[in-house]
Design a protein around this ligand. Structure first.
Ligand code: ATP
Length: 460
């Protein structure tokens, strides 16, 4: 018999959990999949929505200086001329003369092919924008691009937002949406793909205050990840060196996460000066300035850009939450997901399928579904059902047993400690709401009692 020992997270485990439990599938899998494209399954779509909602709440809903926007993926081609993407959004690409694999040379350690050691061709610049045609005629005049970032949709709408909201500086505009980059090399699961989602803020400020706001956003964004439960030791801020900065950028930091393959960018935060608005004003011939009532003058705002990836946050959240522990000679796999992010908040588990019990359990299930994403599971032993919920990060399980028919009470089990309390069904909703908001499990509602103390302390 092989000894079972818990081990650390690695990418294979995450990919396998995602496939097995329906978080993420390879795109068009029945046709063999499409390189670096991924489909989010029933649990994945919930986790992804929760990440986006947590971001939107933090940057739009809870603030009065940022408004939202949802712009189209296809934009006027001149946008990309003004932004510099047509000329400059490229990576150096070289091909191996032996095996013909293509590589991004600024990523390579040596000067030969990493796959076979063969000689590489001279690198040429390869533009990362996807091209397509608008309308029925495929000629030069009908070329449009799939946006490589959501930011430009914000810049071209700056005046529209200013006019319609009558907001004053500092003013932020936030957008979540798909972006496309024809990356030369993809990989590390959803870390680098060709179609992905971004969450971007363009925060417009008066020139001269940009440095101060830049520092503010570095702290604010780092704290957002910490609030969602990502461990501090797995996050770092990395300042860009002078040679890494775009010519117009006044400063840039990455928020890096310690992924299984090493430290890598989760979010970029840049002080872009007034480059973008100035460029679009020049190319469009429209004024994109702001009238400062205090100084009674027109000015072109500077912009701070915190630009995060939904998919990379998803991957970081999963890697950070993944855990294995020994429980009764078995490995218990669990995701310590923050309740706000967990795809399923509560699982209702009837101890048996007997009709009288199932009826009560279904009533509880119907009631709780009005508040949260709840699942109902009556297949196999209760132990296996708990394990299934642990593995997808469900914070709380509600078990309906035969005593419930007598005392109109149910047990509530906590994922991380496996401790259980018993509470009257009439207080169940408020109890669950309090626990999901962070209340200690053993803080009991009227009529509640401790049922089972599995651990002395919460290991998390
Ligand atoms: P990298 O250096 O990893 O290519 P980048 O610096 O080009 O990233 P930005 O242009 O700053 O990335 O984009 C902002 C954010 O969008 C990134 O921090 C990342 O979270 C996300 N992102 C960018 N490219 C991809 C991609 N190909 N796949 C998934 N997410 C991406």
């Amino acid at each position: 018999m092989t000894e079972k020992t818990p081990s650390k997270v690695n990418m294979e485990k995450i990919v396998s959990l995602c496939r097995r439990r329906g978080f993420i599938f390879p795109s068009s899998e029945i046709y063999g999949g499409l390189s670096s494209c991924w489909d989010y399954g029933p649990l994945g779509v919930e986790l992804k929505r929760n990440i986006k909602e947590a971001w939107w709440r933090a940057v739009v809903q809870e603030r009065d200086d940022i408004v939202g926007l949802d712009t189209s993926i296809l934009m006027h081609p001149q946008t990309w001329e003004a932004s510099g993407h047509l000329q400059g959004f490229s990576d150096p690409l070289a091909e191996c003369k032996n095996c013909h694999q293509r590589w991004r040379t600024d990523d390579l350690e040596g000067s030969s092919c990493p796959a076979c050691g063969g000689e590489l061709t001279e690198p040429r610049m390869f533009n990362l924008m996807f091209k397509t045609f608008m309308g029925p005629i495929e000629d030069m005049a009908s070329i449009v691009y799939l946006r490589p970032e959501t930011a430009q949709g914000i810049f071209v709408n700056f005046a529209n937002v200013l006019d319609t909201t009558r907001k004053k500086l500092p003013l932020g505009i936030a957008q979540i949406g798909k972006s496309f980059r024809n990356e030369i090399t993809t990989g590390n699961f959803i870390f680098r793909s060709r179609e992905f989602e971004q969450m971007e803020i363009e925060y417009f400020v008066k020139p001269g205050t940009d440095e101060e706001w830049f520092n503010y956003w570095l702290e604010e964004r780092l704290n957002w990840y910490l609030r969602l439960g990502i461990r501090k030791e797995n996050l770092r801020l990395r300042q860009h060196m002078k040679h890494e900065l775009a010519h117009y950028a006044r400063g840039c930091y990455d928020i890096d996460y310690l992924f299984p393959m090493g430290w890598a960018e989760l979010e970029g935060i840049a002080n872009r000066g007034d480059f973008d608005l100035t460029q679009h004003a020049k190319h469009s011939g429209k004024s994109l300035s702001y009238f400062d009532e205090d100084a009674r003058e027109q000015l072109v705002p500077c912009v701070i850009e915190p630009s995060a990836g939904v998919d990379r946050t998803f991957l970081a959240v999963l890697c950070d939450a993944y855990d294995e522990e020994l429980d009764n000679e078995e490995i218990r796999v669990l995701l310590h997901l923050h309740p706000e992010l967990a795809p399923i908040k509560v699982a209702v588990l009837p101890l048996s399928r007997k009709e009288n019990l199932a009826q009560v359990a279904r009533e509880v299930y119907a009631d709780l579904r009005q508040c949260w994403a709840v699942s109902y599971d009556d297949a196999q032993s209760i132990g296996r059902r708990y394990r299934r919920q642990d593995e997808i990060g469900t914070p709380l399980c509600v078990t309906v047993d035969f005593e419930s028919l007598e005392d109109r009470a149910v047990t509530v089990r906590e994922r991380d400690t496996m401790n259980q309390i018993r509470v009257p069904t009439e207080t169940l909703r408020t109890t669950l709401a309090a626990k999901l908001a962070g209340e200690a499990l053993f803080t009991l509602p009227p009529g509640g009692k401790i049922w089972k103390e599995e651990r002395k302390q919460n290991p998390g």
